[in-house]
Design a binder for this molecule. Sequence first.
Ligand code: HEM
Length: 123
Amino acid sequence: MGIIMIKISSVYFAIGVAIGYYMSIVHDYALTPVHVHINLLGWTALMLAGIIYHLFPDLGASKLATFHFWFHNIGLPIMMMGLFFTIALETEGLVPIIATGASLTVIGIFLFVFHVVKNLKPS
Ligand code: HEM
């Protein structure tokens, strides 16, 4: 579980900095919310969770980690696509999509926090 999360987070890193780089070049910072959330939820949060699951294999092998993985990795792309098109198309119609993605992501992160607090033991 840890290794795949580290790999996915690295892809988010590339996408996140590419958006930041693009904004810097065109001097249009409208996509800042997408850039920020891809970098922080996609790159840093996912990377940290991946490292934790790798450091503590029992934690990474459990069902809760699998649920966390899927909620986070389904929710975040939905949220980011919704946010991206909301900004690019200047529409409010996609807010339910953002809310759905955000809810899935938050559930995944709550599962992760519960899992760490309850099950993380010194190895
Ligand atoms: C080469 C890599 C990066 C580039 C070119 C870049 C570029 C940018 C740009 C152009 C903005 C908008 C600034 C504005 O609205 O005035 C921004 C905002 C931001 N970036 Fe990046 N960024 C990079 C990497 C990162 C990384 C790795 C993170 C976090 C892990 C990050 C977090 C943020 C945050 C939190 C903001 C919002 C700051 C605010 O609105 O006060 N950025 N970045």
